[in-house]
Design a binder for this molecule. Structure first.
Ligand code: HEC
Ligand code: HEC
Ligand code: HEC
Ligand code: HEC
Ligand code: HEC
Ligand code: HEC
Ligand code: HEC
Ligand code: HEC
Ligand code: HEC
Ligand code: HEC
Length: 303
């Protein structure tokens, strides 16, 4: 009896999904079907009724593409909106592809027809694509202001969806984005690529691209620096100075006992007590690595 009930519920669920799939499939294939029936008429025809759009479009990069730049592709309005003969005849807005009405995947696919190279080649597996973002969330091919057809400038564009980064960029220590010395895109390529859309394969490689002096190799290396800059730093903004995740000595004392050990009893020995009240880097000034040994001949980043 129990088994039968489960089977019935199962069948109901499956039937529901089959109908559901048919339903979404139907609405989506509508645009495709009508494009198959229509033929290409050329942008000059669109101009007759969309003159403003046409004139503006002429000055954009897509309006200026030469044949050799997009071999074998349809150019002009119909490159994105599909063949327009039926729409022109009937003047029916339902009979032309409107990218706004497509799913993110469908509208991005139209762009990817031509944009098949790096970095967009990685797009389908990027976090943005997998989160339901489409090319047209950031780009508007009809806009004529600024660079790259962006809907608004980086970082304003990014802040619209990444609101928590507005706060980090206003912390006392931050990468100089609001000072306009760099953009979010200086470190990120929003179209995909590696971890967190970074413009390098590892965190450290990314940091070295601008902070080359930290790269070494040093005779005496500090293990966490070699491993990952973000063990101590945040890449966006922090309350502590120097983009440090924590202030000293707490930062260092996550991994070191400070000087409260057998040789340097900082609590009981006044000579060493100072090490708790001074920034560790006051003495260990070469914290990112050094070519010179300490007085006792070790690599302790004191010079
Ligand atoms: C004979 C007039 C005429 C011609 C030619 C014409 N359109 Fe339209 N188009 C219209 C009308 C009318 C509408 C609906 C009102 C509006 O949005 O302006 C429309 C709407 C649209 C829309 C919006 C669709 C929507 O769902 O909102 C797009 C996109 C479009 N046209 C593209 C084109 C393209 C591309 C061409 C050339 C292949 C073209 N049109 C040629 C009359 C025309
Ligand atoms: C590179 C791709 C591309 C090309 C080429 C292009 N469009 Fe569009 N068009 C779009 C996108 C994307 C939108 C929606 C913009 C948005 O998200 O607000 C749009 C919007 C429109 C609209 C407003 C209605 C709607 O669908 O939202 C009209 C009308 C239109 N385009 C006509 C044209 C005409 C006419 C041409 C040629 C002169 C043309 N387009 C060329 C991509 C394109
Ligand atoms: C017919 C082919 C074709 C289609 C379809 C197409 N593009 Fe392009 N696009 C090009 C070419 C060619 C260039 C110029 C060379 C380049 O930058 O790759 C270009 C340039 C661009 C640029 C750079 C603009 C600049 O100022 O440097 C952006 C951004 C862009 N396209 C976005 C899009 C988006 C978004 C779509 C879909 C709505 C789209 N493209 C659809 C061919 C196309
Ligand atoms: C989350 C926002 C966002 C999305 C989504 C997005 N882009 Fe971009 N795109 C940008 C930004 C920002 C730039 C400028 C990068 C820079 O300043 O170096 C850019 C630049 C470009 C360029 C010109 C420079 C280059 O890298 O070749 C092209 C072409 C382009 N995008 C195409 C696309 C296409 C095609 C899609 C969809 C598959 C897409 N973009 C999706 C934000 C976006
Ligand atoms: C239309 C909304 C939207 C815009 C605009 C946008 N993003 Fe995103 N972004 C998302 C969503 C959604 C995610 C995935 C969920 C999350 O991590 O918040 C994401 C994720 C990311 C990630 C994490 C990727 C990963 O693999 O963990 C980075 C980095 C990123 N975005 C950078 C940017 C940058 C830089 C810009 C501006 C050029 C930008 N985004 C613009 C919506 C957007
Ligand atoms: C100096 C380089 C740099 C700049 C500039 C930068 N980021 Fe990042 N961002 C990173 C790194 C590195 C990570 C990876 C952090 C990790 O994996 O622990 C990251 C991670 C992210 C993430 C995903 C994880 C998280 O922290 O939420 C988002 C979203 C993001 N950045 C958005 C932005 C936005 C928006 C801007 C511009 C306001 C920006 N970033 C500017 C380096 C940078
Ligand atoms: C695109 C170039 C660029 C990249 C990549 C970059 N930085 Fe920076 N960084 C800067 C600039 C510019 C400054 C500001 C320097 C100045 O004002 O003198 C800065 C400042 C800093 C500061 C000092 C902040 C302060 O408050 O004084 C630290 C720490 C830092 N970066 C760490 C990193 C780390 C860690 C990474 C890798 C995740 C990284 N940076 C990647 C350009 C970059
Ligand atoms: C063990 C913790 C730690 C790690 C890991 C670390 N840093 Fe630092 N970094 C610091 C401290 C502490 C300061 C502040 C120095 C001071 O107080 O004199 C600093 C300051 C900086 C500054 C600004 C001042 C200056 O010296 O130019 C930059 C830039 C910087 N670090 C980049 C990096 C980069 C790039 C990496 C990865 C290769 C990295 N840091 C890894 C602890 C660290
Ligand atoms: C994420 C953990 C971590 C943080 C944070 C960290 N260190 Fe280290 N440090 C290490 C490791 C691991 C070694 C290598 C230990 C070894 O070789 O015995 C090391 C080595 C050292 C050495 C040499 C030790 C010796 O015995 O020769 C000194 C000095 C040092 N760190 C100082 C600091 C200071 C000062 C800070 C704060 C600015 C700091 N460290 C932050 C992990 C860390
Ligand atoms: C007043 C200067 C001074 C301050 C401040 C200081 N140190 Fe030291 N530290 C030294 C000297 C000197 C040595 C021995 C160097 C040598 O080998 O000649 C040393 C050695 C070390 C060593 C390796 C030897 C050991 O004790 O295991 C570590 C780890 C260390 N310091 C961590 C720290 C940390 C963490 C802080 C911050 C809480 C700190 N130091 C603050 C001067 C200082």
């Amino acid at each position: 009896m129990k088994v039968n009930k489960n089977i019935i519920v199962g069948i109901c669920i499956i039937t529901f999904f089959v109908f559901y799939l048919l339903l979404i499939n139907n609405t989506n294939s509508y645009a495709k079907k009508k494009s198959i029936e229509a033929t290409y008429v050329g942008s000059e025809t669109c101009k007759e009724c969309h003159e403003d759009t046409f004139n503006k479009f002429k000055s954009t990069i897509h309006g200026r593409i030469a044949d050799f730049e997009a071999k074998g592709q349809v150019l002009g309005c119909e490159a994105c909106h599909g063949p327009g003969s039926v729409h022109v005849e009937e003047q029916d807005p339902e009979k032309i592809v409107s990218l706004k009405k497509l799913t993110p995947q469908e509208s991005s696919k139209i762009c990817l027809n031509c944009h098949r190279e790096e970095p967009q080649i990685a797009w389908p597996s990027s976090t943005h694509a997998l989160s339901g973002i489409s090319c047209t969330d950031c780009h508007d091919p009809h806009q004529t202001r600024g660079k790259f057809l962006l809907k608004s400038k980086d970082p304003k564009l990014c802040f619209q969806c990444h609101r928590e980064k507005i706060a980090s960029m206003n912390y006392p220590s931050h990468h100089p984005i609001k000072e306009k010395k760099m953009k979010c895109s200086s470190c990120h390529d929003t179209h995909g690529t590696f971890r967190a859309n970074l413009r390098a394969e590892t965190i450290n490689e990314l940091c070295f691209s601008c902070h080359a002096e930290k790269q070494g190799p040093f005779t005496y290396e500090h293990a966490p620096v070699v491993e990952n800059c973000l063990l101590c730093h945040d890449s966006h903004g922090t309350i502590a100075n120097n983009l440090l995740k924590q202030n000293q000595p707490f930062l260092c004392m996550q991994c070191h006992p400070g000087h409260e050990d057998h040789y340097h009893p900082a609590v009981t020995n006044p000579e060493w007590r100072i090490s708790f009240y001074t920034k560790c880097t006051q003495c260990h000034s070469q914290i990112h690595g050094s070519d010179f040994p300490s007085l006792s001949g070790h690599g302790r980043f004191t010079r």
